[in-house]
Design a protein around this ligand. Sequence first.
Ligand SMILES: Nc1ncnc2c1ncn2[C@@H]1O[C@H](COP(=O)(O)OP(=O)(O)OP(=O)(O)O)[C@@H](O)[C@H]1O
Ligand SMILES: [Mg+2]
Length: 242
Amino acid sequence: MNPKGVTIWFTGLPCSGKTTLAKAVRDELERRGYYVESLDGDVTRKYLSKGLGFSKEDRDENIRRVGFVCSLLTRAGAIVTAAFVSPYEAIRQEIREQIKDFVLVYVRCPVEVCIERDVKGMYKKALAGEIKNFTGISDPYEEPRNPEVVVDTDKETIEESAAKVVGKLEELGYIEKAKPEFVAIPRYLSDKLKKVAEKRGMDLQRLVLSAVTPLVQEATPDLSPEEKEKIKERLRSLGYLE
Ligand SMILES: Nc1ncnc2c1ncn2[C@@H]1O[C@H](COP(=O)(O)OP(=O)(O)OP(=O)(O)O)[C@@H](O)[C@H]1O
Ligand SMILES: [Mg+2]
C-alpha cells in the first residue's frame, strides 16, 4: 500500500520523452514495491477522449477528463503517471487544484531535437503541412510556470531524468527514501579493515566504498568520460573520494 496517492504529470512537446520517462519512473517505483497506474495520451485518446480533436477547446476537454480520472486514482492511494503534451498553462493549473497531490514534471527538449527524434513520424507530416494544430510546429506550447521538476532530455540520460523525478517524490514524502543495501563483512576482516580505516583517517563505510568504486567503474566501460566524471564528482561531494 502506498503511504499517499499522487499524480506525477509529465508535460512537454511531442517526442520530448514523456512516455519514456513515465515508464522509467514507473519501473523504479514498482521495483520499490509501490502500486502505480499510468495514463498516456496515446491510449486515452483512443478510449476516454475518442472523438476529441486538437483545437484548444478539445485539448482542454481531454486534459479535464484525464485530470478527473487522475483525481479519483490519487484519492484511492495510487501513484499515477500521466504523460500528455498538455500545452496550456491554465488547464494544468486547474487539474493541479483538483488533484491536490500533484507533481508537475516539465519534460524539456528543444524542438529541433524533437524533430530529429520524430518517433512516430508526426513532425515530418506537420512540417509538410499534412497535420494542422501540431504542438511546436503549428500550435503553441506554454512553458509551465511552477513545475516541481524540470528535466532536459537532450542533455540527460533517461536514468538521470528518472532519478530526478524519483528524488523529488522522496523529498516531498510521497515515497520512502531508498534504503542502503547492507553487505555483510566477516568479523575477522572488518576488525582489520577498521584498523586500516583508522590509519587513513576514514570510517569503515567510506573505506569500503572507496575500495569498491573503482571495481564498479572498471566493470561499466560503456560510461562516457563525462559520465564517469559526473559519478566521481558525486562521490567527491559525498566525501567518498578525495
Ligand atoms: N532523458 C530522456 N528522457 C526521456 N526520453 C529520452 C531521454 N533521452 C532520450 N530520449 C528519447 O526520446 C524519445 C522520446 O520519445 P517518447 O515517445 O517518450 O516521447 P513523448 O514525449 O511521449 O512523445 P508524444 O507526445 O509523441 O507521445 C525516445 O526515443 C527516448 O529514448
Ligand atoms: Mg508519448
